[in-house]
Ligand binder design. Sequence first.
Ligand code: UDP
Length: 361
Amino acid sequence: MKITIVAGARPNFIKIAPIIKAIEKKQNEGANVFYRLVHTGQHYDKNLSDTFFDELNIPKPDSNLEVKSGSQAEQTGAIMVAFEKELLQNPCDLVLVVGDVNSTMACAIVAKKQNIKVAHVEAGIRSGDMTMPEEINRIVTDSITDYFFTTSTSASENLIKYGVDETNIHFVGNVMIDTLYQNLGRIFEPLFWNEFQLETGNYIVLTLHRPSNVDEEQSLIQLLQGIDKMADGKKVIFPIHPRTKAILGETNLELKNIHFVEPQGYLNFMYLIKNSFAVITDSGGISEETTVLGIPCFTMRNNTERPETQSIGTNKLVGISIGNLVKLFREFLQKGKKKSGIPELWDGKASERIIDILLQK
Ligand code: UDP
């Protein structure tokens, strides 16, 4: 079986790393499976791309479509045009896409139109929020996917509600968590740890990059000022996403507790998360990692496509108002950590399950 694996953006790289390892393991056992790795170039900054390939030992892509940034339509269109050529020159039996970025949707459409089977890893999750580009990507991708690999029974149920044939839905667990378990022994402190005098369990990690939080400069500034005040002496480490950085521009915010740093590599970032007091974020992936690590997570969004991070894990959905964050954070300071657990099958073996299932197709 020849599989073309697509990756375009930071969370994709983290998800494909264990899938590639699982394929290579099968190859070493003599299985007839080959892969070709295509990087669409959606994320191209060293900090968001190369560092992850180096740290997670992901092989150099066989092809880089180098689409770079653009509007939603420009980027999606450019990926489709380039991926169509790529697939014509390098035919395969299956295209495997992960997550919910533009590359996921664009490459799924191109593959399907060439009558190539599509496998979607992290299928079926839904926020119900059609203002999120990711939700549109999820729905379109799942509408043409052949093999659905899900992280939760609720994602599988969503697909059944959409009319997907149950025999094509496979609840396998979470590849993001495979990467976490494979690398926990390798994480290390970032260079600024001593400079900022960080102490284990005594600082907050902040990440923000979703349009609902960062696109409106004044509300972003108010949010940051509010978090700075709320932190009340606790240091807040803010690896700033290029998108957020571009919106703030040269604005001088004079914040007392928040320290801006570059987007972190995976090993430094997971060290920061694992040793933090709490995390404030609008990322979906981070709410999964904090769930497994048992770190309190406050999600600055009105909805989540990962309900198990709330019902089983440590995640608290805050909404996007600073007032509600302050209220929920105070409650947490009074009541302490919520009892939490690890969702079913988030055991580090999802990628191996995926490859086992694909080899039976
Ligand atoms: N991440 C990282 N360095 C950072 C911020 C995030 O390594 O500075 C990792 C994080 O651990 C998670 C992934 O990137 O695994 C999430 O990426 P992002 O927030 O871009 O995507 P989302 O989860 O929102 O789709």
